[in-house]
Write a protein that binds this ligand. Sequence first.
Ligand SMILES: Cc1cc2nc3c(=O)[nH]c(=O)nc-3n(C[C@H](O)[C@H](O)[C@H](O)COP(=O)(O)OP(=O)(O)OC[C@H]3O[C@@H](n4cnc5c(N)ncnc54)[C@H](O)[C@@H]3O)c2cc1C
Length: 488
Amino acid sequence: MTTTKTYDYIVIGAGSAGLSFSALMERKGFSVALIEAHSLPGGCSSYFERDGYIFDAGATTLSGLKSNRPIANLIKDLDLKLELTAIDPGIVSILKNKIIHRYKNPMKWNEELIRVFPKIQHEKFWTKVSELEHSGWSLTQDFKNIPLRSFSTLPSFFNSKFFSAIKSLPNLFKSVGAELNDLAINDPDYLAMIKEMLFITAQNNELNDTPLLMGAMGLAYPEDTFYATGGMKAFANALASKCSNIFYRNEVRQILPINNGRDGFQVLTNKQMLQGKKLISTIPIWNHEILFDDKKVKSFFQKYPAPQPDECWSAFMIYLTVPVDYNRDSLYYQIHTDAIPHCGTHSFFVSLSHPKDEVRSINGRQVVTISTHTRSKEWLKLDRVDYENKKDETSEFILNYLKKAFNITDSDLQNVMTGTPKTFIKYTHRNSGLVGGIPHSLKRSPLDFLIAKSPLENFYMLGDTQFPGQGIAAVILGAQNLENYLTN
Ligand SMILES: Cc1cc2nc3c(=O)[nH]c(=O)nc-3n(C[C@H](O)[C@H](O)[C@H](O)COP(=O)(O)OP(=O)(O)OC[C@H]3O[C@@H](n4cnc5c(N)ncnc54)[C@H](O)[C@@H]3O)c2cc1C
């Protein structure tokens, strides 16, 4: 259980945050040990293989590839070999009695909105979305010292971009709902479209509780959607190929700071002890308390307990294959429904493998990942029979909508599997299977986003329960900002 090597960095978790940070630091010449409990890279954006098909386990879309956005920068900096296809429309929303295509081009999107909702004055709302999205990214990208890790970096905020960035801050305190109300937009179908889009991006389906700034970033997300040939497997493995020392099937059980972290850390896994000068953890903040013995550190983490069941979401998943159809408008659909059993949600998200992806769309079939939000409490502590019955009921309900939307029959659906919060506990070690990050909410203080938390020297946290938010692009940006902080 001992090791003599001391790494410059030990990184816990080979999800998008841990992989990106490790690869960036190795590129700078540091030695990095990346510890992962699962046998594959990717975390919530991982994959699995069944019957020869490669399924995306959680995340399916890459957004943040416009010039100078986080994923674009990461691909360039690490010279990642990926075949990426822009998907336009980035999402097709199938509402109860309307279908709307979210085109990338603002003029085309405006024409589509006018076609589907001719009576609504959209332009002001979407112009504001576009402006705020731009300032949201600028805020997090131009100010590379966000979140604030030390007061010595404070002067770096007062650069030429400060005053234009600060103008957008009031939109942290105004809701998307309030903005729509001010613009007298109250068509129920229109509000439902926006609400469900926000659900998959800002993790909040309450228009009156979603801050406008984050809401705008979420609503602009489908403008910039890309498909990676080979799916999330290709993305995770491209990053993993840049990390020399990944220790899979190593679950971190204990962290021993040496002299409060000043002299580094010993990290004990189920298989070995690793030693590092600095420690980066990408697991959820509320999973840390049990890893430390020190009372002061424990009491720090007690301030960040796991969210109450109603504060954070988990996901219900269906994985399947369908016959290849080259005539579909997009690879990504949001299908609106009545309340989904045991989820309470009113839509589900469908992602298909690209029909021309020779790695995933094989045997004349496309691989499909379906996800909807659910509460963990619905799925935990059930006996086997109840659990299976609930899964079947939810799955049947969703698949009935899918068949109708895609005009396919039962016999077209093959290789069907389901996943619940229990599946996420098993594969991502997330407490109660809480995935997708903390919802953006007016109830959450903006300071939670702006000031980095750490109880020890040389110990930093990343990932989607930390600033800057959730989603692959956001956790990558967190890794890039931390790399910048530690190396400049
Ligand atoms: C269903 C679903 C769909 C999504 N869709 C999208 C999408 O289309 N696009 C998008 O951008 N985002 C999407 N997201 C969000 C995105 O996947 C996550 O925000 C992001 O992947 C989180 O990355 P992370 O590195 O912070 O955490 P994780 O991916 O959770 O990585 C943490 C890693 O730490 C490991 N770990 C945990 N505990 C330990 C331990 N004790 N020891 C060692 N290792 C440990 C886990 O196994 C995991 O691999 C989706 C999420 C879900 C759940």
